[in-house]
Design a protein around this ligand. Structure first.
Ligand code: ATP
Length: 814
């Protein structure tokens, strides 16, 4: 077992090292047949060389001249190839080359196991060399038997180990080959010898028995002793023989055991004993039998998808915009004041103040350490033994007063460190540019699904989080503290990392001015409702429709995931890329959708429950299907951020807020009221608070990026969300004839001709987007041309042919 395991381990290791070339079926046909033909060419040339080689010797130097006519059946090429392989190469063993070429071709054509082919090549080449040396051993000059290689190796070896040495070396080669290739062991030689000996012995015994037969009734004393000694054994053997199918002959004899005479019994005993020995031997051999690894059978769908992947490669969702270029770093501004400068004086001053203040309250400090961040410096204090932490915590305001600085935050104790932290704002804060965080290795090499570079932590590390893991983000902060910049930083991060095929934004901007710049990338990155003009939603009534539409999209996506038997969007998309999901059944690559709501308080004020319900539904359920919410608000009061919303937004960002109560609403604790503003923020994902300086991205930078993306080739339209028809507009089936899509008739013809009521058929035939095709199907249903939705099956077509369709439509108009 252990041996088997190691074997399989090493083989997987080997497999991992080898590069895998995936040839398409056509390439396999071309390459495979080329190799077979090349092998045949070599064989013909070599055979011809045996007869014409000598005559062609002189013509080889005039290869370029057309007057020279070589005798080789394949003319100059044949003469040259066979001279190269046989004369200058390995002699007649070169025939193996032609065989190997043909074999490789056949392997490629039949798509057989390549490991076996590699083995054939390995052993083939070794045999070629061995044969060439072997033949070279007998020749006194270069000849076609051993070729130049054989001759030269021989001369070289004979110079060092002599003729006897070379012959022994060749013998050793044969033994090694037999041992490795045919797993021959010393025991198998011995067994061979043993069985030969036994055969002779058998013959001998048989002959003896024949001699004994005539004196059957008079057993000698020795024979009697022999018999009694084996009596028990005989019985056992006979029993075993009864069970043993292999010993049918003996079985036959044993059946009549009572009737046979002693001599026959004796013969039988001998035979049975031998069977026993033979069995033991087989058992011994069994130990060395190697169990061949059986390849696991693949199911039919796997085979089909594997074939598709082999033919077309993995599905590439970015193919439609294959030439899309990600924005470059130089679109972002570089700031002079970047990089942290240590102001020794300031550090010393703050340290003294902290020590003095604490001394005033009889708190001694054993140790103090400073970590300088972009906007604040963290002083870590180890108090003297016996000092209660709560005492320091209570002195927060006093320490802040004596340090006469805004934004002091005391963390007592720092989780996991056993020290007390005092964050003191730097006199001169440094700007954390978006460029520096985007360029950071941490962001660039992150393999997160939706990476967001938020800024830098207090220890000046780039802070990157995965929106897909959050899974929804709540952002709050008083006006002018950096919310909009924060939102822009989030969107910019995604633009720098995600292809338009991979992520779509739904932007809600009641302030109408904050996100307008993103209009330029509408057809690349934005998603919108089918009949809305602007992709960025500024009208509060439209927000309700959009949110409900997202709920429909969510339900649709769950249906798709269910039928694909996937638990989340990542699994689903991976399966789709591997071509395991059929687009004809409605499957498609699903981009992430990020809903950004700037000024959520305003929405709640105007729309209340109508907004809260879909938001809560999305927040509760949308994480698995790739819809993520980012909600920003100025007023983090309890009537805006209700319990249900809070419960579903574990990731929160707090910019500076004006009151402790607001801080509590957003962070479930104080802290946000002590921030210094201008992008200074606290981030939590349910546990610790992390102080981060938000990356700064200015409007011109966003404009540069959106211009850069907007100037590139885009999709024909923005990503269409499913249509949501509000209650007041009636049911979707009451479609007015005049409101029908311009392609309604074409769609009806396609559906009736194909007798298959599926939206994806329309998508393909009429080159439509999924949403328009879906709308057409609804209209066809309303017109009574197709039946109702039947889950994963195509809808039933109610009109049998085109004539009936014409009649149907005419009747409709009347
Ligand atoms: N990360 C940052 N680094 C440096 N300065 C910043 C940062 N974030 C914001 N600021 C400064 O604060 C100003 C206001 O920021 P921003 O417009 O994001 O505030 P806001 O919270 O969106 O305000 P409002 O709610 O009124 O729109 C910016 O113009 C900028 O000067």
């Amino acid at each position: 077992m252990a041996k088997k395991k190691t074997n399989s381990k090493t083989s997987t290791k080997k497999k991992l090292k080898l590069p895998s070339f995936q040839l398409s079926s056509q390439q396999k046909l071309v390459f495979g047949s080329f190799l077979v033909i090349f092998g045949i060419v070599l064989c013909i040339a070599f055979v011809s060389f045996l007869f014409t080689g000598e005559a062609d010797q002189s013509t080889l130097s005039d290869f370029a001249s057309r007057e020279v006519k070589p005798k080789n059946w394949l003319s100059k090429t044949g003469a040259w190839l066979s001279d190269l392989f046989i004369q200058r190469g390995f002699g007649i063993s070169s025939f193996i080359f032609s065989g190997l070429c043909c074999l490789s071709g056949v392997y490629i054509l039949t798509d057989s196991n390549k490991t076996k082919l590699r083995k054939h090549w390995f052993w083939g080449i070794l045999i070629i060399i061995w044969l060439s040396v072997f033949f070279g051993f007998f020749g006194s000059k270069i000849d076609i038997l051993g070729g130049t290689v054989g001759f030269e190796i021989n001369t070289y070896l004979q110079d060092y180990i002599g003729k006897i040495g070379v012959s022994l070396l060749l013998l050793f080669g044969v033994i090694t080959y037999l041992a490795i290739r045919f797993r021959l062991t010393f025991e198998s030689f011995a067994n061979l010898f043993h069985s030969a000996k036994k055969d002779i012995k058998d013959e001998f015994t048989m002959a003896n028995d024949e001699l004994i037969v005539p004196v059957d009734n008079n057993l000698t004393e020795e024979a009697e002793a022999f018999k009694s000694a084996f009596d028990i054994k005989e019985k056992e053997t006979i029993d075993t023989a009864f069970d043993d199918d292999l010993n049918d002959d003996i079985l036959g004899d044993n059946m009549t055991l009572n009737t046979i005479d002693t001599e026959e019994k004796e013969v039988l005993t001998n035979t049975a004993l031998e069977v026993n020995i033979a069995e033991e031997e087989t058992e011994e051999e069994d130990l060395s039998i190697e169990v061949e690894k059986v390849a696991e059978e693949q199911s039919e769908t796997d085979n089909l998808s594997d074939k598709l992947v082999a033919d077309f490669g993995l599905f590439d969702p970015t193919l439609e915009l294959a030439k899309y270029q990600f924005p470059t770093l130089d679109l972002l501004r570089k700031y002079d004041s970047e990089g942290i400068t240590i102001n020794q004086e300031e550090l010393e001053e703050n340290k003294n103040r902290i020590v003095d203040t604490l001394k005033n309250y009889n708190i001694g400090i054993a140790n103090i350490k400073a970590t300088i961040g972009p906007t604040v410096t963290l002083y870590e204090i180890v108090p003297e033994a016996g000092i209660r932490i709560s005492k320091i915590k209570n002195l927060e305001d006093d320490i802040a007063l004596s340090l006469s600085a805004l934004g002091i935050r005391i963390i007592a104790p720092i989780p996991g460190k056993g020290t007390i932290g005092i964050e003191v704002p730097n006199k001169n804060s440094t700007i954390v540019s978006m460029r520096s965080v985007i360029a950071s290795k941490k962001f660039q090499s992150s393999d997160m699904q939706l990476p967001i570079a938020l800024g830098k932590t207090i220890s000046n590390e780039t802070f990157v989080v995965d929106l897909a893991k959050m899974p929804h983000l709540l952002m709050a902060g008083a006006t002018g503290q950096g919310k909009s910049v924060g939102l822009n930083a989030v969107l910019t991060s995604l633009l720098y990392k995600k292809h338009p095929a991979e992520v779509k934004f739904v932007l809600v901007d009641p302030k109408k001015v904050e996100l307008t710049l993103f209009n330029k990338i509408e057809r690349h990155y934005l998603a919108k409702l089918p009949d809305s003009e602007d992709a960025i939603i500024t009208d509060n009534t439209k927000v309700i429709n959009t949110l409900n539409s997202l709920c429909i999209e969510m339900d649709n996506r769950y249906e798709l995931l269910k039928s694909a038997m996937c638990r989340n969007i990542a699994e689903y998309n991976a399966k789709f890329k591997e071509r395991k999901l059929n687009p004809n059944e409605g499957h498609q690559f699903l981009p992430y959708i990020v809903l950004v709501v700037d000024e959520f308080a305003d929405l709640i004020m105007t729309a209340g429950k109508e907004v809260e319900t879909p938001i809560a539904r999305l927040a509760q359920l949308a994480r698995a299907i790739g819809i993520h919410l980012i909600i920003a608000t100025q007023r983090p009061s309890v009537n805006v951020i209700t319990g249900i919303i809070k419960a579903n937004f574990p990731a929160r960002i707090a910019f500076r807020v004006t009151s402790k109560i607001d801080s509590r609403t957003i962070l479930d604790g104080a802290g946000a009221d002590q921030l210094i503003g201008r992008g200074d923020m606290l981030y939590t994902q349910g546990n610790d608070l992390i102080r981060v300086q938000c990356a700064f991205v200015d409007t011109p930078e966003v404009e540069n990026i959106t211009d850069f993306i907007g100037s590139q080739k885009a999709y024909p339209e923005a990503y269409m969300l499913p249509e949501f028809v509000g209650e007041e507009s009636g049911t979707s089936l009451d479609i007015d004839i005049s409101d029908r899509d311009s392609l309604f008739k074409d769609a009806a013809i396609v559906i009736v001709t194909a007798q298959q009521g599926s939206a994806s058929l329309l998508q393909r035939k009429l080159k439509l987007g999924y949403n328009r095709a879906g709308r057409l199907i609804d209209q066809l249903e309303a017109a009574g041309i197709v039946g109702p939705f039947e889950g994963s099956k195509a809808r039933q077509v109610l009109i049998p042919d085109l004539t009936a369709l014409d009649n149907h439509l005419e009747n409709e108009i009347q």
